[in-house]
Write a new protein. Structure first.
Length: 316
């Protein structure tokens, strides 16, 4: 007899952890600053993320993606439109470098600290799969089944992009006193936010169409993955497989949008240790035997196993 599938209450562990994390941050920030705005902001983000994760866990298989789309729009759209455009709060990585160089506290510093430095220690790259406003658009494109990784030709680009972004802001700060333009509601920040995101969308959509892969930008070009992959190694939440339920159909490998060879980890009794994992839970959705779940534990990631186009598994 096959083991019983996970109970509904067990499926709500991750949404509960997400809600507790963000509401806890909001309470701490409220007590420290005396302003209620951080409580409202973090409470909103935690609630939307928890609702989306809960819907994904409880809805029938064919409708689970609506939970993630709800969260992508609710979180990613809020950060892009309300904070980014309406409030002129630039959240791009270039503005983070400028904020650090200028020694100024800014919303972009808090955003990166929570979503891309501290958060990944608990959630891994949950930001990428559930809150990124770039992916919010890319997920609407038709190439959901990846052809596999392009072997080595593109992956260095994200590191080069990260370094070029940092170098550009160092030059602007040192030679043109660009740090003077960093303030709340800065028109320069708004211009960078709008123009920079338009460029990101153009490159991301172009790469998706050229490579027939919705996540091509995420895999090869996005500079945010550089710090994210470093801290996601220590994530407490990772995907775990149950070999007693698995029939090795490889549906999880074929449908993983990040090309992770999930089955190889399951065979060895280990959690998915790849820092490419976005916890999008597509693998959980396509597994007909409920052999996969998101689990809480401690192990160090970085053992990268990906499916290369036309070549099967590769150790990166």
């Amino acid at each position: 007899m096959s083991p019983a599938p996970p109970s509904p209450s067990g499926k709500l562990v991750v949404p509960g952890v997400a809600a507790a994390f963000f509401w806890g941050l909001g309470l701490l920030a409220w007590r420290a600053s005396g302003f209620v705005q951080p409580l409202v902001l973090f409470g909103y983000l935690g609630t939307v993320l928890a609702i989306g994760l809960g819907l994904y866990a409880l809805l029938p298989r064919k409708k689970r993606q609506w939970g993630r789309r709800f969260t992508l729009v609710g979180v990613g759209g809020f950060l892009l439109v309300f904070l980014g455009i309406m409030q002129s709060e630039n959240l791009q990585i270039e503005w983070l470098f400028l904020a650090l160089l200028s020694g100024l506290g800014a919303g972009v510093v808090t955003h990166y600290l929570v979503a891309k430095v501290v958060g990944p220690l608990l959630f891994g790259r949950l930001w990428c799969g559930w809150a990124c406003w770039t992916l919010m658009v890319l997920d609407l494109l038709p190439f959901r089944r990846s052809p596999g990784r392009d072997p080595g030709r593109w992956e260095w680009l994200r590191v080069a992009h990260f370094a070029a972004s940092a170098l550009l802001m160092v030059v602007l700060w040192a030679a043109f006193s660009y740090g003077d333009r960093l303030f709340y509601g800065s028109p320069t920040g708004l211009a960078w936010m709008v123009a920079g995101n338009a460029l990101y969308y153009a490159v991301a959509v172009g790469m998706a169409l050229a490579l027939r892969d919705n996540r091509a930008f995420c895999k090869y070009v996005c500079p945010v993955t550089v710090p994210l992959k470093a801290t996601a190694r220590f994530s407490l939440l990772k995907v775990r497989g149950d070999m007693s339920r698995c029939n090795e159909c490889e549906a999880c490998v074929k449908m993983c949008p990040m090309d992770i060879d999930i089955l190889s980890y399951i065979r060895e009794g280990r959690r998915v240790l790849s820092t490419e994992c976005m916890l999008c839970q597509t693998c959980l959705t396509v597994c007909a035997r409920d052999a996969l779940k998101v689990s809480l534990g401690f192990d160090i990631g970085g053992d990268e196993r990906v499916r290369v186009a036309g070549a099967g598994e590769r150790a990166a």
